[in-house]
Design a protein around this ligand. Structure first.
Ligand code: GLN
Length: 193
């Protein structure tokens, strides 16, 4: 298995490190690489899109043709924060999106940078340290799709959602020591292939 961490902008090295740690914990044979171009993404069986600035990342994805590769090869994507924005079909901004999940996303849903916060959230029946930095939340999702699963809510807002093997989170698991969500994504990809 080849896991790519999209290295265009944002919290890339943190995702790289925690993905390595997740693989080690799981005892599986997988390779993690940071990827910048469509031809590198094409070699991945799974891709992680970090937090950062979704407009910048989205423009580079489009200019480099990375969106086409992801769609043609049906590469599962795990998107955190800005990554969640990019996975959606719609946001409250006019910006290029991947649009591979039937969700609509509200950017900066909790306010500005100074309103960023850490809190304990619930996911997979356990407590998880939720780090929210100018985080988006889910405006809505297509309830007619039976492959969509809400994974977590916080104060009534959806903060984690899955469609097929694609997973979108409002928060930043890569800024914690907890590998459980990365492990979950990797397992979902392995189970679906
Ligand atoms: N607010 C950013 C955006 O919408 C996301 C912030 C983040 O990834 N920490 O692009």
């Amino acid at each position: 298995m080849n896991i790519g961490i999209l290295n265009l902008q944002g919290a890339v090295s943190e995702h790289y490190n925690i993905t390595k740690k997740a693989i080690k914990n799981m005892g599986i044979d997988a390779d993690v690489k940071t990827v910048r171009y469509a031809e590198d993404v094409a070699k991945c069986n799974a891709l992680i899109i970090s937090g950062g600035e979704s407009t910048v990342i989205g423009k580079l994805i489009a200019v480099r043709g990375i969106d086409k590769v992801i769609k043609e090869k049906n590469i599962p994507v795990f998107g955190t924060c800005a990554g969640m924005v990019l996975l959606g079909k719609k946001t409250d901004f006019d910006q290029p999106l991947l649009g591979i999940m039937d969700i609509s996303v509200k950017r900066n849903s909790y306010g500005r940078q100074k309103d960023s916060f850490e809190t304990s959230i619930q996911i997979f029946g356990s407590e998880y340290p939720g780090v929210f930095i100018r985080a988006p939340s889910l405006e809505g999702y297509d309830k007619s799709k039976d492959d969509i699963k809400v994974l977590s809510r916080f104060e009534g807002k959806i903060i984690a959602i899955q469609q097929g093997s694609n997973i979108a989170l409002s928060f930043h698991p890569e800024l914690t020591e907890d590998t459980s969500i990365h492990e979950y994504f990797i397992r979902e990809v392995l189970n679906s292939s």
